[in-house]
Design a protein around this ligand. Sequence first.
Ligand code: BGC
Length: 748
Amino acid sequence: MHQNTLRAEKVDEIHASDLEIPHGTNLGTPDERADLLLAQMTLEEKIGQMSQVNGGGWDLHKSIQEGRIGSVLNEVNVDTVNELQRVAMEESRLGIPLLIGRDVIHGFKTIFPIPLGQAASWNPDLVKQGAAIAGLEASSTGVNWTFAPMIDITRDPRWGRIAESLGEDPHLGSVLGAAMVQGFQGNDLGAKGSIAACAKHFAGYGAVESGLDYNTANIPENELRNVYLRPFKAALDAGVATFMAAFSDLNGVPATGNEFLMKQVLRKEWNFDGFVVSDWDSISELTVHGYAADHKEAAFEALNAGIDMEMASTTYAGNVQTLIDEGKINEQQIDTMVCNILRVKFQLGLFENPYTNPEQYPALVNEQHLQAAKMAAQESCVLLKNDNQALPLSKTQLSSLAIIGPLADDGQEQLGTWVFDGESHHSQTPLQAIQKFVGDDLIIHVARGLDTSRSNDKRHFDEAVQAAQQCDAVVMFVGEEAILSGEAHCRADIDLPGHQEQLIDAIASTGKPITLVVLAGRPLTMGNIIDKVSAVLYAWHPGTMAGPAITDLLFGQTSPSGKLPVSFPRVVGQIPIYYSKKNTGRPPSHDNITHIDHIDGGAAQTSLGMSAFYLDAGFTPLFPFGYGLSYSHFDYSDIVISDQHINLGDTIHFTAQVRNCGDVEAQEVVQLYIRDLVGNVTRPVKELKGFEKITLQAGESQTVSFSLHTDDLAFYNRKMELVTEPGDFHVWIGGSSEAELWGEFKIL
Ligand code: BGC
């Protein structure tokens, strides 16, 4: 075994390409080596490479020895992993190392905010750093492949997996998804600390009907290409090693058996040369979808579509030989798939370095990792409301503070969904951090109010009300427990669960100013509660360092800078609601809508207006995409467009002045949106095309610049051609998708 050196004093160095890693380059390229190895393999061994099984304590010795397993998931005991690798290397005929897969979704032991929270940071560097640390920690236990990032665009907060997503927008999802890939994989997949990433779930899973997990998805090809596929293409361009097929069916064809997705788009159009893994049992489930009659047919459909590796189910192991004997598939197809897998194993340097020595890695949950997690949590919090400058709280102006709610001091719930390896004993809770920060300066009264976020038991309300009465101000920690979002955890009603709203009512009746800190795995509908509180800090599930991050924000040690990566509906019936909508033939405006309460009895039909709005909910979200307040405010002015007319193939430049008009230093996410006024297919009313997170001192101004090549304005037309069309465009620069500063240009 080679002794690799690992220096990780700075996160930048985690993937330093100057590490002394032998890659066996003298043995040939991964391609050549895969071919050579393949030539020596029996069909059974090939099928073995295409089979991934669950570890987690199962005795896999014999199957690995016989070359019947190429990958194991969910085994994170380093001694077991090393032993499995030893069996693969030393006792199997060809000595092919194993891929060890794990869902390292937002941290391994040091837990970062859920991906949706990280997306709210709009900070690709932070997101990349989070993935690098997650990958580094995971690889110290022998994991060499993560099933992340999940880059399913979703516009439905009922879907529990929105927590794992990067939100509603293809541009934001592309930039941040690519950053995650770069973080996990580093510059060199073979470097110690790098693990293979997996772009999932290809494709359309985020559009499951009714926000119901595993449900059918129907997406016209044009919309699929213009919206849902874009982050996957960005992940591919960032070098992602693997893709995972979605559970869902897309336009009637389950993704796992979908030739159009896997062959036409991924291989033919995009030239992907990594490998595709199914989702858990998703090949055998082709029979349940009613897409294959039995497991043999299911295996055929998945093979034919191009699913290189089967996760969990065993239809390949049971049927490939027969399918070949029957002439339904040929061995060359299998060879191509096995090579796709072997290449990644060679790229990872596993043949040279199959074993893991945890001592060569920095400690798990070390101070550097915790600080990075704190920074990520801080930048992911979004300040949604701050009436009368209720925030920041001041230790000098207050003498007492009530901390109320079920999520103020719960180290487990703050971690969020998909934390197989995170441990709540590392968590620093908001209550702990606030108490530490205020010391003896403030009297703190604590009341949980409700045992859990779902509790309907009002038994502790009086105690909570008393705590509020005794204090100058109240901070309430409400939201959802971790288990209420994530896979198969969808909600049809996305109000605060349990009696939390009633708890807010009870506290509001004291007349004390309330700051609500919401910990949740999705946008919750807050139409009923928003007017009852002075301030709302939306913290998502912030991870291990929730406490210190939130405390710094509440007390103004730093200003909130998160912006929403997804629109917040007022009521669930508005879903899907997203900023990048189509104009329709009858767009609503504040002048042409009516509210249900203002309709006269017996009103004639024409008096109700004629535009796309709800009588009871209007047409706007509660909070729009890109929105988020800070303790300062920013003025946007002087938009300058380099040219009024440009030709196809040119680049156009935009600048605007951004001024920090407040009296504290703060970060702002400057956003660039465009609208293509007329298209061969209808175009969205706004599309994010660029963003930059800047820091400005009080009173400071900065000129922020963006450039767009005409290719950046391309879209798929009716014939599914990617084209930029001449015509008129509008452009906006501002602090949310409702930016007002705008200009126009033309492509000739
Ligand atoms: C999920 C995947 C995950 C896999 C392995 C499936 O249920 O859909 O996202 O990577 O399990 O745990």
